[in-house]
Design a protein around this ligand. Structure first.
Ligand SMILES: *Cc1c(COP(=O)(O)O)cnc(C)c1O
Length: 460
């Protein structure tokens, strides 16, 4: 099985070539040339076994035998619950899928930890080295550093904006003590970090260091996330005999698209609810049929502060019945700021599977308080948008409803304290980072390459 661009141009590539790929040459996202048939047999077992089977179905045979299976199992050993995320009942047909107990306390660990292990094993089998470059506003940098620290064949360079991440997030990136990790505090904002990374890919240093990306449009990351939806849906069906709806705090549309893939594979899934904060580009699409960005607003749920949900392009490809010319035209209109409209048939198809809901900041704070009072459970502000959506839309959701708990509340203590006056406890497995020495280099954007040369040396 090979992958092609959603926009129809450029090369077709096997999954093994997509481990470290960003967009396709024509700017599109990689999607399978043939969509695989459903396989209900995937609903039971450990997360690692289900994730292995998903990757096998989606072209994993382009990697050496056993590599994926070993890599995912090895990665999961670092999780508090190696079998997979806990699924806890909350009464009233509600459940919580706890994705926030990994090494850096956000769901991104589930994708990045196994992906790093797979990339490392592949580099070993090819006797190659690489350098991961990552611009981050917080969670992704932390998960990247944790996933790649202490690896022999890969260096990791993370660029974070000076003053643009919380102390908690900065410490997650700067206290590993790993010789292969270089945290860079860049004098500028997140866009400066991202621009610098993009520029470095175009330089001759890129080939020398083997610069690679593992960003959120990476299809392997998404497929690894599909596994926990399959597992949880199986679990709930065996427990209740019913279908699950998922409410997913959404930014770049990666996590909820992973749930859509699980449904396509035949999992007993009802509706998928996109929950947004005041950056409501997707709820607006459901209201008006029109996809168009706006200026991004800063909120208490920063990982959802996005106006271009990149992975939605993959769903658009399904909605356009895999017509790549139509996707290309729509995306060009979106990039030119005009936006595009969905027709009635496309909107109907969209709403067969998805609902969308926006949660204002004051409602998110109220929801943190309500969930605390009702369930004695402390939730993060991203997860709060999902609880708010589940309550608001409960009439439209038959069967069981599962909240995707995307981050641990301790990562966003300020907002939680504002809501309930209680400081969330930091789990013991990450407490040590507060006593450890921080180590990072402060640089101007134009000096990032010299900082990399200084640490990792051109001669290595
Ligand atoms: C990244 C992130 C999201 C958004 O996920 P997408 O896959 O980009 O939609 C939501 N919540 C938290 C805590 C995150 O870190």
């Amino acid at each position: 099985m090979n992958y092609i661009s959603t926009r129809g141009g450029g090369e077709s590539l096997p999954l093994s070539a997509l481990l470290t790929r960003g967009t396709a040459e024509d700017g599109g996202l990689f999607v399978p040339q043939q969509w695989p048939d459903a396989d209900i047999g995937l609903l039971q077992g450990e997360y690692a076994d289900i994730a292995t089977r998903v990757l096998q179905i989606f072209g994993g045979d382009s990697l050496p035998d056993g590599l994926i299976e070993n890599a995912i199992h090895t990665a999961m050993e670092k999780f508090a619950a190696p079998v997979g995320p806990s699924v806890t009942p909350l009464g009233d047909s509600m459940w919580c899928m706890e994705l926030m107990n990994g090494p850096t306390l956000a769901f991104k660990d589930f994708a990045l930890a196994p992906l790093a292990e797979i990339i490392d094993s592949k580099l070993l089998s090819e006797n190659k080295k690489a350098t991961v470059l990552c611009a981050t506003s917080g969670d992704t940098g932390a998960a990247t550093v944790s996933a790649f620290a202490e690896r022999e064949r890969i260096n990791a360079v993370v660029l974070f904006p000076d003053g643009g991440v919380s102390e908690f997030q900065r410490r997650q990136m700067t206290t590993t003590g790993a010789g292969n990790v270089l945290p860079l505090c860049v004098k500028g904002d997140f866009d400066d970090c991202q621009r610098t990374v993009k520029k470095l890919y175009q330089t001759e240093a890129a080939a020398h260091y083997g610069y690679t990306a593992v960003n959120s449009i990476n299809i392997v990351r998404i497929l690894l996330q599909t596994a926990y939806y399959l597992r949880t849906s199986g679990l709930i069906q065996r427990e209740t005999g019913e279908y699950s709806n998922y409410v997913v705090p959404t930014g770049n549309f990666g996590n909820v698209y992973a749930a859509y893939i699980a449904k396509q594979l035949g999992a007993p899934i009802g509706k998928l609810v996109i929950s947004s904060n005041d950056n409501d580009v997707l709820p607006r699409l459901f209201d008006s049929g029109r996809m168009q960005g706006k200026t991004t607003i800063k909120t208490i749920s920063p990982s959802m502060d996005i106006q271009v949900s990149s992975n939605f392009e993959r769903l658009l490809w399904h909605l356009k019945q895999r017509n790549t010319d139509a996707v290309d035209a729509a995306q060009k209109a979106l990039e030119s700021a005009d936006g595009y409209s969905l027709n009635d048939v496309e909107l109907k198809t969209l709403s067969d599977d998805f609902l969308a809901h926006r949660c204002h900041e004051s409602d998110a704070l109220d929801t943190i308080r309500q969930v605390w009072q009702q369930h004695q459970k402390i939730i993060c502000p991203h997860t709060a948008t999902a609880f708010h959506a589940a309550n608001a839309l409960s009439e439209s959701l038959d069967g069981q409803t599962v909240i995707a708990e995307t981050a641990h509340p301790a990562k966003f203590a300020d907002a939680v304290e504002r809501a309930i006056g209680v400081t969330p406890e930091i789990p013991s497995h990450v407490q040590s980072q507060f006593s450890k020495q921080e180590s990072y280099v402060s640089v101007q954007p134009e000096d990032v390459q010299s900082a990399i040369d200084e640490r990792f040396g051109r001669s290595n």
